[in-house]
Ligand binder design. Structure first.
Ligand code: NAI
Ligand code: MG
Length: 501
């Protein structure tokens, strides 16, 4: 059968991709870095090189920004109708879905996460996000506004607003959900009619490059999406500072978020930031513990704790503290670590040697200050960046493991006496990304949700994401909201037009 003969098994498809040269996508063409340099991207389970990737820096960012600028100012992109824009984004969603297996394998190889998880979470969420944003392309509307103009009695005006694309957008993304973060950024920018320079994380450039191939295949005009792989300190910094970029959107550490803000000051480009977190997860004594215990384990161990919204501070009412800690620790003990490609693996390695050092450094700091691991507490093996899922007790509010984002499979568990205490403790952080509440008391759930200073509050669930649900942070967790209709604010300017009648 002809169809069967042309079918490529996912593995062959992945190795074909890995064998193709990994260049930069600029102005619709795949090009080498100006410097000719490349860098290696590793498989964190084996520490072996997966591929060499073009190392873009300031010179390549400049080329990419110019091509995005040209595509924005007078390319065919500007002349497309909203419906045509929406169709292109939808087509991209179809192409990603068609290549789901390949994307899941690439995410697993490059990031370390289980392939099966990427296949049910990362990739379908990216597809759904593109489809959701494709729908918005035709629904970005202004208002007609009745105005009074008190100093011009008797005059009549017709006034309305237009929502226009903000322009050329620089997007800098992290490595924890490489494809999904590319989708969160590209989907709304394209729906709004912007053009983009995307800088993937140096640890995980592969899925963005594959996505770039599909962007070309879908038929986006040249220069609408440019992809420059490279390091943060060079390529990323140049993008944040470039004077021809109208807006920069960043997801990553709070520390780098502050650098982006400074770099953006040169031309006062618009800035949106999705940064770190140290999210409280609160288990009340009246909760259904059969649900809350696995829920609390999933809240912190999902994606190896490499989630900005990880439920990493577990507050438990003291009557049920021991039971919850024991239950979460039992879960932690049963998690099977291994290579992401092994179908039995439940948790892969951390993404890089830097993350391994950072996470084990936090563990050492916690233990030296008197925290006790009920389970876990150290690295596993000597090859690959594996860390034991860890539950720490006997922690104090001023310890680094309680205050700082660990970004690994480590939860600190603390007993609390009542709801007033938990509310104060939960908000005692410089972050404000997410929070969880487990209780069967509806009034308690909603009043606590209102008291928590966090961009997302999950009640009797955790890590529930949807393209329609806005996500972002209070306090040092960031500026702006991604997803939902709220994200359209980040990628549009409002123009007021006033006509004298
Ligand atoms: P990072 O913030 O350094 O990297 C994120 C992105 O920013 C990458 O694309 C990187 O190349 C780029 N970047 C780095 N320095 C830059 C600069 N000076 N100018 C412009 N772009 C720059 O995060 P890193 O070092 O990979 O991880 C450190 C910590 O950050 C983690 O342990 C975790 O706590 C936090 N983090 C939070 C994430 C989130 O989802 N909010 C994602 C990744 C990391
Ligand atoms: Mg960094």
């Amino acid at each position: 059968m002809a169809a069967a003969a042309t079918q490529v098994s996912p593995t062959a498809q992945v190795s074909q991709f890995l064998n193709r040269p990994k260049k930069l996508l600029i102005g619709g063409k795949w090009v080498e870095a100006v410097s000719g340099k490349t860098f290696a991207t590793l498989n964190p389970a084996t520490e072996e090189t997966l591929a060499e990737v073009a190392e873009g820096d300031a010179a390549d960012i400049d080329k990419a920004v110019k091509s995005a600028r040209m595509a924005f100012e007078d390319g065919p992109w500007r002349r497309l109708t909203p419906s045509e824009r929406g169709k292109l984004i939808w087509k991209l969603a179809d192409l990603v879905e068609k290549n789901l297996d390949e994307f899941a394998t690439l995410e697993s190889l490059d990031n370390g996460k289980p392939r099966l998880i990427a296949a049910v979470a990362d990739v379908p969420l990216a597809v759904d996000l593109f489809r959701y944003m494709a729908g918005w392309a035709t629904k970005i509307e202004g208002n007609t506004i009745p105005i009074s103009v008190p100093y011009a009695p008797g005059s009549r005006y017709f006034a309305y607003t237009l929502r226009e694309p903000v322009g050329v957008v620089g997007q800098i993304i992290p490595w924890n959900f490489p494809l999904l973060m590319a989708a969160w950024k590209l989907g709304p920018a394209l729906a709004c009619g912007c053009t983009v320079v995307l800088k993937p994380a140096e640890q995980t450039p592969l899925s963005a490059l594959r996505l770039g191939e599909l962007i070309c295949e879908a038929g986006f005009p040249d220069g609408v999406v440019n992809i420059v792989t490279g390091y943060g300190e060079t390529a990323g910094a140049a993008l944040a500072a470039h004077s021809q970029v109208d807006k920069v959107a960043f997801t990553g550490s709070t520390e780098v978020g502050k650098l982006i803000l400074k770099a953006a000051a040169g031309n006062l480009k618009k800035v949106s930031l999705e940064l770190g977190g140290k999210s409280p997860n609160i288990v009340c004594a009246d909760a259904d513990l059969e649900v809350a215990i696995p829920g609390a384990a999933n809240a912190v161990f999902f994606n190896h704790g490499q989630c900005c919204c990880a439920g990493s501070r577990l507050y438990v009412e003291k009557q049920v503290f021991d039971k919850v800690v024991e239950g979460v620790s039992e879960h932690a003990k049963r998690i099977k670590l291994g290579s992401g490609l092994d179908p039995s693996t439940e948790m892969g390695p951390l993404v890089s040697s830097e993350q391994l050092e950072r996470v084990t450094g936090y563990l050492e700091s916690g233990l030296s200050q008197g925290a006790k691991p009920v389970v876990g507490g150290k690295r596993v093996g000597s090859k690959g960046y594996f860390v034991e899922p860890t539950v720490l007790v006997d922690v104090k509010p001023d310890m680094k493991v309680v205050r700082e984002e660990i970004f690994g499979p480590v939860v600190v568990a603390m007993p609390v006496s009542d709801m007033n205490e938990v509310q104060t403790a939960a908000n005692d952080t410089s972050y404000g990304l997410a929070a969880g509440i487990w209780t069967n008391d509806i009034a308690k759930a909603h009043s606590l949700a209102a008291q928590l200073r966090a961009g997302t509050v999950w009640i009797n669930c955790y890590n529930v994401f949807d393209a329609a649900l806005p996500f972002g942070g209070y306090k040092e967790s960031g500026w702006g909201r991604e997803m939902g209709h709220e994200v359209l604010e980040l990628y549009t300017e409002t123009k007021a037009v006033c006509v004298k009648l």
